[in-house]
Design a protein around this ligand. Structure first.
Ligand code: TYD
Ligand code: MG
Length: 455
């Protein structure tokens, strides 16, 4: 039979390969595959048939105890992303680029939970206790009853957790932990996986909630936290542009609440400030009506958010014109450009196209299609859109406009921010009123005809 050899694991998606390759077949990531030591030939490696296991005790689906109450931290943006507060015994992974503000966010969250009466521990493997204390001082959190530790040894951390019986423990970060039962360097896939497994098991057994911080690195040098995503209950991503002050906490997986929920924060000199009205913030930098700008009425998680989509179209000096996108899927831009060319006879060949979502938000909704097309057309024709208009709708390959969900919510948010007309697909289930004029279009050609008649 096959002898036990090393396996090769993708740090990006966790797929296991027989041999090393420059590119992972499963997820397409480059340079993400690392070698892992073989499993020791212990009892687990033997055939399962020989020794019989213990019979698992089965229960029914009927709950005989009420679900334990969630604890809200009082940081509303954070609570919302968790689905309404912290669930006891839950395991949460917070991923994000280094320097984006994960430690700041979690120190603030831990302090607010501690002030609410939860017993909280903050274990830092990256910073010395003095550094964390200094930050807490600066953030005005020094008085919060948080137990602070600087440790990387998993065994010592588990012993501490066992003794302390905390309600919540933050581990910053999972990549710095070192489990002595695994022979691999800290930060390697094997170490990260072992440490996450131990901590998540501890959370489930003892009723302690565990928040793990994980750095995401593009190079795949340090094991990405992707390999632990399936072990935890919630996966939150903390995103934002480094030069920008906006930060978005997004739930990409949540066993206790809606996924795709976002919380919006602003990085200030005194830590992260919550942004209760993100639409106002995202639109705050919008100047006078200028060509290439369209306001998209989107839905992020359970709430509507207005964002400005900006486009710049300029003659290209390159053989292959540039297509630069920030905050949107570049594939989606190609599709929309192709539909404009093929269905509306508006060519973009020989033109550089730059597209940007203002404020650093990542828009993934197909409903943004029409707003993207509007921004592109407005930039190309050098005609500004009406400044009081929001745009939403999905574009199909035929050029037809498809209605999108939650039209009423989108319109309500637009009304609240002073907009008075909306460009939307024909079959949208909402009628305008005196405060909001609905301009409905069956396809992209009709939209172009009415909005850019001169072009
Ligand atoms: P940090 O939480 O250390 O990031 P991470 O843990 O994700 O690596 O935050 C790093 C950045 O945040 C740092 O560049 C400085 C900035 N920052 C502020 O602007 N204001 C503050 O009050 C704090 C604490 C940090
Ligand atoms: Mg940090």
């Amino acid at each position: 039979m096959s002898k036990s050899t090393s396996s090769f694991t993708c740090t990006s998606c966790g797929a296991v390969h027989k041999k090393w390759a420059g590119r992972c077949d499963a997820c397409g990531a480059w340079n993400s595959i690392v070698e892992e030591a073989p499993l020791s030939a212990g009892p687990a490696a033997k055939s399962l048939g020989a020794a019989r296991g213990r019979k698992v005790e089965l229960t029914t689906l009927q709950a005989d105890e009420p679900p334990p109450p969630r604890t809200a931290s009082g940081m509303e943006e954070f609570d919302r992303v968790l689905g309404g507060g912290l669930v006891p015994a839950s395991a949460i992974l917070v991923g994000g680029d280094p320097g984006i503000g994960k430690s700041t966010l979690l120190l603030q969250a831990t302090a607010t939970f501690a002030r609410k009466g939860l017993k909280c521990l903050y274990i830092s493997g990256e910073e010395a206790s003095a550094q964390v204390r200094m930050r807490a001082q600066r953030l005005g959190l020094a008085d919060a009853p948080v137990g602070l530790g600087a440790e990387t040894n998993l065994r010592d951390i588990l012993t501490t957790l066992d003794a302390e019986r905390a309600d919540l423990v933050v581990i910053d970060s999972i990549q710095t932990l070192w489990a002595d039962m695994v022979e691999a360097a800290p930060g390697s896939v094997a170490q990260v996986r072992a440490a996450a497994h131990e901590l998540v098991s501890f959370a489930k057994k003892r009723g302690t909630s565990v928040i793990l911080v994980g750095h995401v690195t593009k190079e795949g040098q340090i094991a990405g936290p992707r390999v632990v995503e399936h072990m935890v209950d919630c996966v939150l991503y903390f995103e934002g542009e480094r030069g920008h002050q906006f930060r978005i906490l997004r739930a990409v997986k949540n066993r206790f609440g809606p996924a795709d929920e976002i919380g919006v924060f602003e990085m200030t000199g005194a830590g992260l400030a919550e942004v209760a009205n993100p639409s106002a913030l995202f639109l705050s930098e919008r100047g006078q009506a200028s060509p290439g700008s369209a306001v998209f009425a989107g839905i992020e998680g359970t709430r509507p958010v207005l964002t400005e989509i900006q486009a710049l179209v300029a003659p290209s000096t390159l053989g292959t014109p540039r297509r630069t996108v920030v905050g949107l899927d570049s594939g989606r831009l190609s599709t929309i450009l192709a539909v404009l060319e093929a269905r509306c006879a508006i060519p973009f060949a020989g033109l550089d196209v730059f597209l940007n979502v203002a404020g650093g938000l990542k828009v993934t909704e197909p409903a943004a299609d029409l707003a993207v097309a509007a921004a592109l057309l407005s930039a190309r024709e050098d005609v500004p859109l009406p400044p009081d208009m929001v745009v939403f709708g999905e574009i199909s390959l035929s050029g037809a406009l498809r209605p999108v969900s939650q039209t009423e919510n989108r319109l309500k948010e637009a009304r609240k921010l002073g907009f008075s007309q909306a460009a939307a697909p024909e079959r949208s289930k909402a009628e305008g009123d005196e405060g909001m004029k609905m301009r409905k279009f069956s396809d992209l050609t009709a939209f172009v005809g009415e909005m850019f008649a001169a072009g």
